[in-house]
Design a binder for this molecule. Sequence first.
Ligand SMILES: Nc1nc2c(c(=O)[nH]1)N[C@H]1C(S)=C(S)[C@@H](COP(=O)(O)OP(=O)(O)OC[C@H]3O[C@@H](n4cnc5c(=O)[nH]c(N)nc54)[C@H](O)[C@@H]3O)O[C@H]1N2
Ligand SMILES: Nc1nc2c(c(=O)[nH]1)N[C@H]1C(S)=C(S)[C@@H](COP(=O)(O)OP(=O)(O)OC[C@H]3O[C@@H](n4cnc5c(=O)[nH]c(N)nc54)[C@H](O)[C@@H]3O)O[C@H]1N2
Ligand SMILES: [Mo]
Length: 633
Amino acid sequence: MSYDRLTHPLVRENGVLRRATWDEALERAAEGFRRNIAKNGPDSFCMLACARSTNEMNYVGQKFTRVVVGTNNVDSCNRTCHAPSVAGLSAVFGSGGGTSSYQEVEDTDVIVMWGSAARNAHPIFFQHVLKAIHNGARMFAVDPRRTGTAQWAHLWLGLNVGTDIPLAHAVAREIIHAGLHNEAFIERATVGFEEFKESVEPWTLTAAEQVTGVPADAIRELAHAYARADRAQLCWTLGITEHHNATDNVRALINLALLTGHVGRYGSGLSPLRGQNNVQGGGDMGAIPNRLPGFQDLLDPEIRTRFETAWGKPLQPRYGYNLTEMLEAMGEGKVTTCYLIGENPVQSEADSLSCIKRLSMLDHLVVQDIFLTKTAQMADVVLPASAAWCEADGTFTNSERRVQRVRKALEPPGEARDDIWIMCEIARRLGHDWHYDGAEEVWDELRALSPQHAGMTYQRLADLQGIQWPCPSEDSVEPPYLHHRLWETDPVKRGTPAPFAVLRHSPPVDLLDEEYPLRLTTGRRLDSYNTGVQSSGFASPLRRGETVEMSPEDAERLGLVAGEEVRISSRRGSVTAPVFIDPALRPGLVFMTFHFPDEVDTNALTIEATDPIAGTAEFKAAAVRVEKLVKAG
Ligand SMILES: Nc1nc2c(c(=O)[nH]1)N[C@H]1C(S)=C(S)[C@@H](COP(=O)(O)OP(=O)(O)OC[C@H]3O[C@@H](n4cnc5c(=O)[nH]c(N)nc54)[C@H](O)[C@@H]3O)O[C@H]1N2
Ligand SMILES: Nc1nc2c(c(=O)[nH]1)N[C@H]1C(S)=C(S)[C@@H](COP(=O)(O)OP(=O)(O)OC[C@H]3O[C@@H](n4cnc5c(=O)[nH]c(N)nc54)[C@H](O)[C@@H]3O)O[C@H]1N2
Ligand SMILES: [Mo]
């Protein structure tokens, strides 16, 4: 199916959505928020902000939540992908951003793509990887599937789903035993090495081979190549972060960089490639429950006071709910109203059936989107927005922390309006007379409050074609990578040392057994985007709908042929889809996307087990059964 752009506001009347004027829809949206806040308090409100939209939109969105409503319950899809990367990197280095620039990838010697299908999901970044390979770099791919990325690799390490910690530990142990660790760096810039060394000792190459399925020789080769390289980049994405122990997975990879000193220098670093075009920016702008704009800690009284003075309102001195906690709180009747901007959780959340149940318990749901999504169809009020990437002004921030300008090139269709205009109109109806004369005014307000963005005027962003944070002043010139302080000889300049983490292996929560013997992992294809809202409107002979991809061996064992419709069932739900036979998959592993949820709701199968630190769900590991469909008659 394909979606049509929303061109006018809608309000629910007698159970159905009908066309409304802007004035009526805005009043209805505001009235529902007012009613719930008055009855149940500000914490009964939550906002999901849009990682597709601009920094300026996200800044205004979090300010709306904190100032107009008075809660910190604001989050976005960052929760479903890289919240564990941000949590892990912040815990070690005090900052959640990826440490390197794209250019450095071209100038490095070894690139490890760990749990990342970048050729499909980050094609622009992958161009830099291809240039690096052309320049002589060796690329290693660590992925249960032999992906398009793996096809370009010097070596593919096809591990079992959810065994990244044993693999990383075995790499670490091999580096230590071969004497390839960087003793000077460890001594100067890190803490906890002895405990870490002891903790990886059981993970011999043989022990790791048994658990991960990766041959010992391949583990050894990765360990030696990474440790011996002059420059090395370790990049990861959702194969690491969409697990119930995702922050631990991230820490396991950071350990490898600390062990070898591959961080804080030109060409060496740690890169979580972010998901949606502006999910990095959304978090930087404070559209997360624990940080104010500029990624500043909400619990720091000095920082809070600065914002309270600027915004003229006391802020709640405690973290809000993250997306996962918001949904739980809806189920418990604690959150009763939600302002949902540019997210489609009905189709993107793990265990979608329970997500729908929770959203339907809300007293008042306002959805602001560019399409009438499945989530919008549940709303009380639907507000048509302009598409940030071509119909609005502002900035986006990419995975290398580079802030870039986007400019309005087209008028939005029908009566659709800018995300910021809509939020300000609702704020006004709730007693806050907000007016911004364009995106630049929002940006300048942010610059005054966020030291890491202070020097990025619109003029400089245009002149320099984007600037990476940190950029504390208009004349500052910072290196393109973070944490160079770790290499300073002066202990004062070096600052807080980076801690190693002692971790343990924890296999996927959804256990395989006789009833559910196959491991399902889910992910992306090049030609489709997330829940398909923005990518289902075109057909191509090269493009297929949802399928269940499996190895030739499993297909044969189950007596299945390519194209045959089968039933896929997990402990939570059941769907049907055609079989696609793919030798990139090893026996025991099946793969589905979540790009066609109107036809096949893959997330009816996934499990809501979440990482306790970051709240990210284990989208990458469900236990399923695949069966022939019994034909009627
Ligand atoms: N074309 C396209 N591009 C996109 C998107 C899209 O939908 N379509 N979405 C965007 C978004 S929001 C995001 S977050 C990114 C995601 O980008 P990626 O993370 O690269 O994409 P995925 O396909 O979800 O997962 C990556 C890989 O993890 C592997 N994997 C699964 N389980 C494990 C495991 O236990 N260990 C390891 N090491 N690997 C494992 C999978 O086999 C898969 O190849 O892509 C962005 N870019
Ligand atoms: N099974 C499975 N499920 C997954 C994942 C997985 O790997 N496997 N990955 C997870 C990940 S990483 C992510 S990021 C989520 C994605 O989950 P969602 O963010 O819920 O899904 P999208 O389809 O990207 O929805 C983006 C929405 O933003 C709207 N939009 C686009 N531009 C604008 C704009 O300028 N303004 C406004 N107001 N709206 C706009 C679009 O119309 C669309 O409805 O899915 C998660 N779900
Ligand atoms: Mo994502």
